[in-house]
Design a protein around this ligand. Structure first.
Ligand code: IPE
Ligand code: IPE
Ligand code: MG
Length: 250
């Protein structure tokens, strides 16, 4: 079932979302930060299903950054427990919608109790192909590049590649995102105009959409508004508007 309110001509193939504002939502409602994150998970479930119906093939959700490890221990622990309970209680959502789960980020840093459930969920959903949900967990773009450089240096030293092999395509193959197209659109909730280390290499030509809506309040209509906005943009990739128009009319 496809969402008929979205033109299927230029749906982003890969949508990234920086899900921000759980803490401010909690504060606004006199609740704890963890309750804000809980409510954020409710939004995740809604948006995954909506994105699939809108025709998106890859959905990346920035759920926990490399820098988020610096938060108070209590909050970090709460977030890891939330990851575990979400994947345990809602795995049916992946099955019901034929959504494949994958992750990017520094997996080794995720505590074993959560990593085990994550790996299990990835394994159980690996044959689905309607949409891929990519959770960015313990993810930092600079950390990803650091790990890619280490890997590449090792391949160079072991003579599995030579310096003349290095080009943009080859670098992309060393990143966690090697199996995905670059994001076409990145949405950030809660009104912050920054990337906070999300997909720096991959997002150079992504369109950005920032909304003041706090993540727990983010709705299907907000997603639709972002997509409509995206569909009205002209993506020039360095060319001129005239060049693009000549291509579409010829
Ligand atoms: C986003 O919400 C969730 C994570 C970063 C894990 P925040 O927790 O950053 O919410 P604010 O920015 O404090 O409102
Ligand atoms: C970015 O949000 C990371 C995630 C949404 C997971 P933050 O709340 O951590 O970002 P900053 O610190 O405000 O830049
Ligand atoms: Mg934040």
């Amino acid at each position: 079932m496809i969402d008929v309110n979205i033109s299927q001509n230029s749906v982003p193939k890969h949508l990234g979302i920086i899900m921000d504002g759980n803490g401010r939502w909690a504060q606004k409602h006199g609740k704890s930060r963890i309750e804000g994150h809980n409510q954020g998970v409710e939004t995740v479930k809604k948006i995954v299903v909506a994105a699939k119906h809108m025709g998106i093939k890859y959905l990346s959700l920035y759920a926990f950054s490399e820098e988020n490890w610096k938060r108070p221990e209590f909050e970090v622990k709460g977030l890891m427990e939330l990851l575990k309970t979400f994947l345990e209680a809602d795995l049916h959502m992946f099955h019901d919608n034929k959504v494949k789960l994958e992750m990017i980020g520094n997996k080794e840093k995720i505590p074993f109790f959560a990593r085990k459930v994550l790996e299990h969920s990835i394994q159980k959903t690996k044959n689905y192909d309607e949409m891929t949900l990519i959770l960015a967990l313990s993810y930092g773009g600079r950390d990803e590049l650091k790990r890619a450089f280490e890997h590449m240096a090792k391949d160079l030293l072991d003579q599995r590649m030579s310096i003349s092999d290095i080009n943009e395509k080859c670098i992309s193959k060393y990143l966690d995102t090697k199996d995905y197209p670059d994001p076409d659109l990145i949405i950030r909730s809660s009104g912050e105009f920054r990337s906070s280390n999300f997909l720096p290499w991959q997002s150079v030509y992504s369109e950005y959409y920032v909304t003041d809506v706090l993540w727990p309040d983010f709705s299907e209509n907000d997603l639709r508004a972002a997509l409509t906005h995206y569909q009205n943009r002209e993506r020039r990739f360095g060319k001129t508007s005239e060049q693009l128009q000549a291509r579409t009319t010829s």
